[in-house]
Design a protein around this ligand. Structure first.
Ligand SMILES: C[S@@+](CC[C@H](N)C(=O)[O-])C[C@H]1O[C@@H](n2cnc3c(N)ncnc32)[C@H](O)[C@@H]1O
Length: 184
C-alpha cells in the first residue's frame, strides 16, 4: 500500500488508485476539509474502492498503519510536516519510519526559500542527515527536475510554480529491511 502524508486535496491519491487498481492508496492529512471532495469522489458508487483518506496528524498516526506501507510519499508539505523533515527522531520522521514496512520506499519532495522561515529544510543535506539519524537509509537527494515535479501531480507544486519560480528538492530513502536499522 502507498500512504501519502499531508495529501492536501488528495488528487494524487485518486490518480494513484486509478493507475493501480490492485493497490491500496491512502491519503493522510490533519485537515479533513481539504480531502473531502476526493473522498466523496472515491466513495461515489464505489468508483475507487482502493482509495482511502485518513484524518490524522503525522505526529499521531493510527496504530493500524504501523509497518503497513511499502511506499510512503510526502509531496510539497508545509507547516509542521515541512519543518519535521529536518528534525532527527522528531515526531514526523519517527511517524514516517513507523508506518513504513521493512524495505519500504520513502519519496519526499519539498520546496523552500529563505523567506519561508523554515531554515532547517533549506539545505537538502541537513534533511538527508536527519533521515539517516532517524533510521532511514537515504538513496539520493537532489534538486528535483521539472519532469519529476510534474510526475508527482502535486496541486501545491503547481501553485508554487515549484522548480520554476523556486527550487524544489527530492529525497528518496528506504526503511532498512533489517530490524537493526542501517549500518553506521
Ligand atoms: C501545501 S499542502 C500540500 C498538499 C499536497 N501534498 C500537494 O502536493 O498538493 C500541505 C498539506 O500538509 C498538511 N499538513 C501539514 N502539517 C501536517 C501534519 N503535521 N500532519 C498532517 N498533515 C499536515 C496540511 O494540512 C496541508 O494539507
Amino acid at each position: 500500500m502507498t500512504v501519502d502524508l499531508g495529501t492536501g486535496d488528495g488528487r494524487a491519491v485518486l490518480r494513484a488508485a486509478r493507475a493501480e487498481p490492485d493497490r491500496l492508496a491512502i491519503g493522510v492529512d490533519a485537515n479533513a476539509a481539504s480531502m473531502r471532495a476526493s473522498a466523496h469522489h472515491a466513495e461515489r458508487r464505489g468508483t475507487l474502492p482502493n482509495a482511502l483518506f485518513v484524518v490524522s496528524a503525522v505526529e499521531s498516526l493510527p496504530d493500524d498503519l504501523a509497518a503497513a506501507a511499502d511506499r510512503v510519499t510526502v509531496t510539497f508539505p508545509w507547516g509542521s510536516l515541512l519543518r519535521g523533515l529536518a528534525e532527527p527522531h522528531g515526531p514526523i520522521l519517527d511517524g514516517i519510519r513507523r508506518i513504513s514496512a521493512p524495505g519500504a520506499a520513502v519519496d519526499v519532495m519539498w520546496s523552500v526559500v529563505p523567506r519561508d522561515g523554515v531554515p532547517g529544510v533549506n539545505d537538502p543535506s541537513t534533511v538527508a542527515e536527519a533521515f539517516r539519524l532517524s533510521g532511514l537509509e537515504v538513496r539520493d537527494v537532489h534538486v528535483a527536475t521539472i519532469e519529476e515535479i510534474e510526475e508527482a501531480h502535486s496541486s501545491w507544486a503547481k501553485r508554487l510554480q515549484a522548480g520554476r519560480e523556486r527550487p524544489a528538492y527530492r529525497l528518496r530513502a528506504s526503511r532498512p529491511a533489517s530490524p537493526d536499522g542501517p549500518k553506521a
